[in-house]
Ligand binder design. Structure first.
Ligand code: ZN
Ligand code: ZN
Length: 362
């Protein structure tokens, strides 16, 4: 059993509440509720108060919620209306200022909340997320488990991929392999993009037939104990790579290797991004790398910090981030390579296998 950090996480949140003059914090973003209590349900309102934490949810979770949250929160189940139940909890407490998550509370729910009492509703930003960015050892272990599982699923499926089959059939086998190995769910829609479609950084998987000698870009993830891994590999199907494919692949691979070797806590997201962007620009493909280098990974597949040309914030110690440079040439195709890296006190540690030698599936 790993250390239970839920109480210390809540204490850290309470410190910020005190500093910001909040008498209560209403947490509605589900990954934040999970982080603070362990609750994995799809609906719930978490109220963090100075001396207690209350999770309000509905009948579907009457058995599950108490089991999951243990003594990290008291659970109130309301079959009729969770907002009315929240109102009763607030009335007993009498807060003057109730913080809400500005990025997540809908306008409708803000109106519902205001109708519950005569307190100020105060928008907050990243109040819980700021703590989630630095991972504890158990969180890093879960991401390693997810990455390992994803790599094994890919290793199983890769040798079976042939030109003449459809992208969606490859996705079906890959998703099946991920689930059989224990992935809780696909943290995002699996991308299997062939030929010119590999030039679309966020392509949907389609029924297109993979042609001989074409690129096949696979961007996929796994989830273990709620924590996500996110990997991309790009391979050539049915033939040897041609000279241009080799040249572009080599640029992306060198850029990724440079970033993986040197990315570190304390540098800004912009500096990290530049590690990969500079060699791509030097090779003449600057315009073809139109997205940012990476993003944080954790309970969400996209979370803080950002590694991008506009990210001036320093990367936190113990963050886990993706490093995923790409070169996309419309009409021709594209290459992206993505691995997951932990930013520790002794430097970066790749959590995925970084198996990026050019694979030709013959
Ligand atoms: Zn990805
Ligand atoms: Zn990613």
């Amino acid at each position: 059993m790993t250390a239970d950090r839920r109480h210390e996480r809540q204490l850290a949140v309470r410190d910020v509440m005190t500093r910001d003059g909040l008498d209560a914090l209403l947490v509605t973003h589900l990954p934040n509720i999970r982080y603070l209590t362990g609750f994995t349900g799809s609906a719930g309102l978490l109220l963090v108060l100075p001396g207690s934490t209350v999770l309000v949810t509905d009948f579907r979770y009457s058995a599950q919620a108490p089991l999951e949250v243990g003594n990290s929160a008291s659970v109130e189940i309301d079959q009729a209306n969770v907002w009315n139940r929240l109102g009763r909890v607030l009335a007993a407490e009498g807060p003057a200022a109730v913080g809400v998550e500005g990025g997540y509370l809908t306008l409708r729910d803000a109106d519902r909340l205001r109708a519950l009492g005569r307190f100020n509703v105060v928008p907050t930003a990243d109040l819980v997320e700021r703590f989630r960015a630095a991972k504890a050892p158990a969180e890093v272990s879960a991401i390693i488990a997810a990455a390992t599982l994803a790599q094994e699923a890919l290793a199983e499926v890769l040798p079976s991929i042939r030109d003449g089959e459809r992208e969606i059939d490859v996705a079906a086998r890959l998703e099946g392999a991920l689930r059989r190995r224990g992935s809780e769910w696909h943290p995002f829609q699996t991308i299997v993009a062939s030929g010119p479609r590999a030039a679309l950084p966020h392509a949907r998987t389609t029924t297109r037939t993979i042609g001989r000698g074409e690129w096949l870009l696979l961007d996929f993830g796994a989830q273990v104990d709620g924590y996500c891994a996110d990997l991309t590999r790009t391979v050539v199907v049915g033939a040897r790579a041609d000279d241009r494919q080799r040249a572009v692949y080599d640029v992306v691979r060198r850029a990724q290797a440079r970033a993986l070797a040197h990315v570190a806590a304390g540098m800004t997201g912009r500096e990290a991004d530049a590690l990969a962007r500079e060699p791509i620009v030097t090779a003449g493909f600057g315009e073809a790398f139109g997205h940012s280098l990476g993003h944080g990974l954790g309970l969400e597949v996209h979370e803080a910090p950002r590694l991008s040309p506009t990210a001036e914030a320093a990367l936190p110690l113990h963050a886990v981030v993706t490093v995923e440079p790409g070169v996309y040439l419309p009409g021709w195709g594209g290459v992206r390579l993505e691995d997951d890296v932990y930013l520790g006190p002794d430097g970066p540690r790749c959590l995925s296998d970084n198996r990026t030698e050019l694979i030709e599936l013959l």
